[in-house]
Design a protein around this ligand. Structure first.
Ligand code: HPA
Ligand code: ZN
Length: 319
């Protein structure tokens, strides 16, 4: 039985496996610049975040209809459930779709079809988190939140992702204030490739409740002390960090140091189709590389439920 866990850092577009990409491409008459799934998988050699993002956005061309988004979420939920995920807070990138002419309603309602039956079919409760692309403008983020308004009953919060360096959190002050006034929860990617000051800014200016990645916090002892004191959850993604070269190897991953510093760490998969593993694979791989005990692994899983956007009654089911 895999360890029960919540997944809090998962981009649904990053769960697009080559097999499904080819299936959807055929269904929608989209030509992919790869002969087959094997050739596509060979393209998964990244130098950094940007080289990954280039492929990630280009493959999204196959996602066009509600049925496509439903199939994408259904495939993720089945795999996640098999690896012990009992609750999933799922990021999606509406601007990557609206820019291609796919309406936000198609994305949200398509994903929603699979999420609506996730508990009965897979035993997984779910939430959706709308992410703004930080390399697009602040105006585009505001328009996106406005376009999402008819679908807010399906959305628990907002996040910030895509190319980090040069796009500091403060750029999105206004849209986060708007999200807050709409009762949405707030998270942001910070300190994956960007400096520790981006983490501080995400806390101070955007008011985020969790930090996605947050790896580079370790460079700023005062920030570490603050994150420990305030028990700010970090959603770490070990296999992603190796593939995007944020760390040189799994055995060099700072997870153990972060746990020993008293940080509230969780383990997640980020973009599992691209980075070599789902949530359970991340637990297994980093656990083995850092010789984490079963008690330490259980502590990480417990943190994931504590950090989840669950109601207190609901949380009790998992702890
Ligand atoms: N970082 C930033 N943006 C992203 C990522 C990531 O790991 N995955 C998908 N969008
Ligand atoms: Zn991410």
């Amino acid at each position: 039985m895999p360890l029960p866990k919540a997944e809090l850092h998962l981009h649904i577009e990053g769960t697009l496996e080559p097999e499904l990409a080819f299936e959807l491409a055929a269904r929608n008459g989209v030509r992919l610049p790869y002969a087959d799934t094997e050739e596509l998988r060979k393209a998964y050699l990244f130098d950094d975040l940007q080289s990954f993002l280039d492929l990630y956005y280009s493959l999204m061309a196959v996602l066009r209809t509600e049925e496509d988004f439903e199939a994408l979420a259904e495939a993720y939920l089945a795999r996640a459930a098999a690896q012990g995920v009992r609750h999933a807070e799922i990021f999606f990138d509406p601007q990557a779709h609206t820019a291609r002419g796919v309406p936000i309603g198609t994305v949200v309602e398509g994903l929603g079809r699979a999420l609506d039956r996730a508990e009965s079919r897979h035993g997984v409760t779910t939430r959706l988190i709308l992410c703004f692309l930080r390399d697009k403008s602040a105006e585009s983020a505001l328009e996106t939140l406005e376009a999402a308004r008819p679908h807010l009953h399906r959305i628990v919060g907002v996040g910030l992702d895509s190319a980090e360096v040069g796009h500091p959190p403060a750029k999105f002050r206004e849209v986060y204030a708007m999200a807050d006034s709409l009762g949405l929860r707030k998270v942001a990617h910070a300190g994956e490739e960007g400096p520790p000051s981006y983490i501080t800014e995400a806390l101070d200016v955007l008011g985020v409740e969790r930090v996605d990645h947050g790896l580079r916090a370790l460079e700023d002892p005062e920030l570490v002390a603050r994150l420990v004191r305030d028990r700010v959850p970090l959603t770490l993604c070990p296999l992603s960090n190796v593939r995007l070269r944020a760390v040189s190897s799994l055995s060099a991953h700072p997870l153990r140091r972060m746990m020993e510093a008293g940080l509230m760490c969780t383990v997640n998969s980020d973009d599992p189709a691209y980075f070599g593993g789902y949530a359970g694979d991340n637990f297994d791989a980093v656990g083995a590389a850092l010789s984490l005990s079963s008690e330490e692994l259980r502590g990480l899983a417990r943190n994931s439920f504590l950090a989840a956007f669950l109601g207190e009654g609901e949380r009790g089911r998992y702890l």
